[in-house]
Write a new protein. Sequence first.
Length: 250
Amino acid sequence: MRSSIFSLCTLCMLCVFCILSCKRTENHVIITFDDANVDEWFAQRELFNNYNIKATFFITCPHKLTNEQIEKLKILVNDGHEIGCHGLNHVKATEENQYQYIEAEIIPALMILSDYGFTVTSFACPFGSATPYLDSMLTNYFSFIRKATYNIRDTLISTYPEIYTHKAQFCNTNAMGIDYNYNISMDNLEDALIKAKQTNTFLVLYAHVIDDSNEDYTISPQYLEELFKKMKKHRIGGETCRGVTGGIVK
Ligand SMILES: [Zn+2]
């Protein structure tokens, strides 16, 4: 009798465990936004919160932010989002400027963001690229470095291995552009989400302004919500860059 009760309890616990683990959401997407579109990002705060999606917002020209925009960014941080650095003046790194780049573009930007009260450990390269020398220097300031690509081959984005990254103390990864002008279908995105979950990796995405204009380098709230719905369908959550690395700079 006692052993059958024990077996029954074990079975019940197993069932509860299965139900909980089947329903658990795992983070497999890093959604990032670039430049200084703070007002447009903040306007979609409820959309992010409704789906419990955390994102990383990479700021360029931090010295041009208004006090109101700084307060909006602080609210976004309180919601669980991350603020990253996208350079002081959005200068493209080249072999010509790489030796001055840290002094000119990185240190002052980090100082301003720090003065505002933000802890910054992630960097998105302006125009999506850096040189090997600069890559090596950036590791002194950041634990996550994000490049940028787009669907150059006009195919399934899941076929770009460079836009998937793993949990690690340091990440230097590419990312796929999903702005309106990149014309990535929701089926294409869903296929890429499924691959991230199946391979236990993070799919890295980037966009710019969130609005309805359908202009280049914008993403509509409707498209974003469709993405969030697909993520919810597959029980996939959004991770910040710092969430992937732990945010410890060597
Ligand atoms: Zn940019």
